[in-house]
Write a protein that binds this ligand. Structure first.
Ligand SMILES: Cc1cc2nc3c(=O)[nH]c(=O)nc-3n(C[C@H](O)[C@H](O)[C@H](O)COP(=O)(O)OP(=O)(O)OC[C@H]3O[C@@H](n4cnc5c(N)ncnc54)[C@H](O)[C@@H]3O)c2cc1C
Length: 308
């Protein structure tokens, strides 16, 4: 049945349940990713709130595949796009922030950088590193993102997730088994919100840390380019960028994609790259590093969707 749906886009939207949020048909996902590449979502669904999301999950035909995206800063979506329904939690109900002392509960759809002002106003520190990671809170937890010597798992208290039956659970660190840039996180779970443990801090101190971290990124990473950050995970005890550099990959190009001169674990879309260019460049790096060092780099960027 699903193969049949793929052939005719209007058929898919016609069999989806009525919702209060928005269905957008055949939306190019390139504009939702930091790489600026990616084919269309057959349907992009923006649920109005958690109830709406539950209605959708319970009533959609079982054969319809569901994929969740956040801020698109860790994604390489292939040129053929994503079949089925892509969900993005960007409506206001998913972008709230609530304080309980130094604990902060943040909606999965909030951009990490949008936490800054509230953290300063409430004098809650220890979470500045989160604000510097591109993307949104749901993706942050899913990827166990980290920087400046901290990982999300270090400040994680609990999260609310929805499973594919529309049931909401509160989950703690013991449910995730966090590891470097990953966790035991079932693909069917959708993060609704996350609670972090901050510390009492002075607003001027928080501002200072935020500024230092932003300056560090500007100086060391091509943050104003079309990129998805570190492409490969650091192998244990080693750094991926050094291995890539030593294998002579700095400046390497495939079509419109190139290895950044500034940070060679970052791949850049020079403006006209396809997802295929970027993926081929990544695979070429894996090959060259393996040839030189016998180490197989593992992708940190998540590749999704189908080839054209
Ligand atoms: C310039 C730049 C610098 C970066 N620096 C860092 C860094 O210092 N440290 C670091 O760790 N990462 C870094 N990244 C990578 C990226 O920002 C992080 O991995 C980020 O946490 C991804 O969040 P996102 O919302 O963009 O998720 P997406 O890229 O949209 O998705 C990532 C994964 O999360 C899943 N997901 C998203 N939302 C949800 C949800 N609500 N429920 C369930 N699953 C969900 C997706 O299905 C996908 O598997 C950088 C990226 C860029 C472009």
């Amino acid at each position: 049945m699903f193969e049949k749906l793929l052939g005719n886009k209007s058929e898919l939207i016609g069999i989806l349940p009525e919702v209060r949020g928005k269905y957008l048909e055949n939306v190019k996902l390139a504009k939702y990713t930091w790489f600026g590449v990616g084919g269309p979502a057959e349907v992009l669904f923006l649920p109005a709130d958690a109830d709406d999301l539950r209605t959708f999950l319970l009533r959609k035909p079982e054969a319809v595949a569901v994929t969740v995206i956040g801020g698109g800063s860790n994604l390489l979506i292939r040129d053929g796009g994503i079949p089925g329904v892509v969900i993005k939690l960007s409506e206001p109900a998913f972008c709230k922030m609530e304080f309980n002392g130094t604990e902060v509960t943040v909606g999965a759809g909030l951009k990490n950088s949008d936490m800054k002002k509230e953290l300063i106003d409430h004098g809650v520190g220890g979470l500045e590193f989160i604000c510097s990671v591109p993307g949104c809170i749901g993706g942050l937890l899913r990827t166990n993102a980290g920087c400046f010597k901290k990982n999300v798992s270090d400040v994680f208290v609990k999260a609310h997730i929805m499973n594919d039956w529309g049931e909401i659970y509160e989950v703690g660190a013991e449910d995730f088994n966090f590891a470097y840039r990953t966790s035991m996180f079932p693909d069917t779970w959708i993060v609704l919100d996350v609670t972090f443990q901050g510390i009492r801090s002075k607003p001027e101190e928080i501002k200072k840390i935020l500024e230092e971290q932003a300056n560090y990124r500007k100086a060391h990473q091509p943050i104003n380019k079309k990129t998805a950050g570190s492409t490969f995970k650091n192998p244990e005890g080693l750094t991926a960028w050094k291995l890539i550099d030593e294998a002579g990959c700095k400046g390497l190009k495939v079509g419109g994609a190139e290895v950044s001169d500034m940070h060679c674990n970052f791949l850049i879309n020079r403006g006209n790259a396809t997802a295929e260019d970027i993926e081929k460049l990544g695979e070429l790096i894996v090959e060259k590093v393996k040839e030189k060092t016998a180490i197989t780099l593992e992708w940190e960027v998540r590749r999704m969707g189908v080839k054209k």
